[in-house]
Design a protein around this ligand. Structure first.
Ligand SMILES: CC(C)(COP(=O)(O)OP(=O)(O)OC[C@H]1O[C@@H](n2cnc3c(N)ncnc32)[C@H](O)[C@@H]1OP(=O)(O)O)[C@@H](O)C(=O)NCCC(=O)NCCS
Length: 164
């Protein structure tokens, strides 16, 4: 019998895209969420194909996702460009976007997703940005072992840079 609450962390596939997009949508600011950017289906599809996208699955549902990409893959995102101006950190790959569905939070999924790409990248230098007012994400990233290393502003919003 399969355990409906078991968490499986694995590479994303095309069949996961609906679930990934639903979680992303739920966490857009206009829906009361805290994500800073919206990525297209095509972008996620390419990330899955390039194996830069990992999902956490609970039962048969996508419960969370994380992208880990070379910086070129996010060069179209204004806040990423602003981060790299503030803290260039050459050689570091990008962690994020990361999002866990509301009903699956505080069960260690974000930490598990982060660990999965750290293993695949053999612990290479990594960086990300977080809105300064996103208290839960800042706590989660410190819990993952990342350090807050810089701050910057983009379009009037403060962000912190985290790195490991
Ligand atoms: C941030 C986010 C990814 C964390 O996901 P998660 O799976 O709930 O995180 P974890 O269960 O792995 O939490 C790990 C640790 O982070 C800290 N943490 C996570 N959420 C927290 C919260 N709301 N308040 C305080 N600490 C929190 C805790 O120390 C936690 O460990 P604990 O539960 O043993 O105390 C999730 O809240 C989310 O998707 N938020 C909306 C989207 C978002 O903001 N993404 C990040 C953008 S930078």
């Amino acid at each position: 019998m399969s355990d409906e609450s078991a968490v499986r962390v694995r590479s994303a596939e095309a069949r996961d895209l609906d679930g990934v997009l639903a979680i992303q949508e739920e966490d857009q600011p206009e829906n009361g969420g805290t994500l800073s950017a919206r990525f297209s289906r095509e972008w996620f599809a390419q990330a899955a194909e390039d194996e830069f996208l990992i999902v956490a699955e609970v039962g048969d549902r996508v419960a969370g996702y994380v992208a880990f990409t070379p910086r070129e893959a996010q060069a179209h995102v204004g806040v990423v460009r602003a981060m790299l101006r503030a803290h260039p950190d050459p050689g570091a790959y990008l962690h994020g976007p990361i999002c866990v569905g509301r009903e699956f939070r505080r069960r260690g999924l974000a930490v598990a997703l982060f660990r999965a790409h750290r293993e695949r990248m053999h612990g290479a230098p990594v960086m990300a940005f977080i809105r300064a007012d996103n208290v839960s994400s800042r706590a989660a990233h410190v819990g993952m072992g990342m350090r807050e290393v810089a701050e910057f502003e983009c379009d009037g919003v403060r962000y912190v840079v985290v790195a490991a």
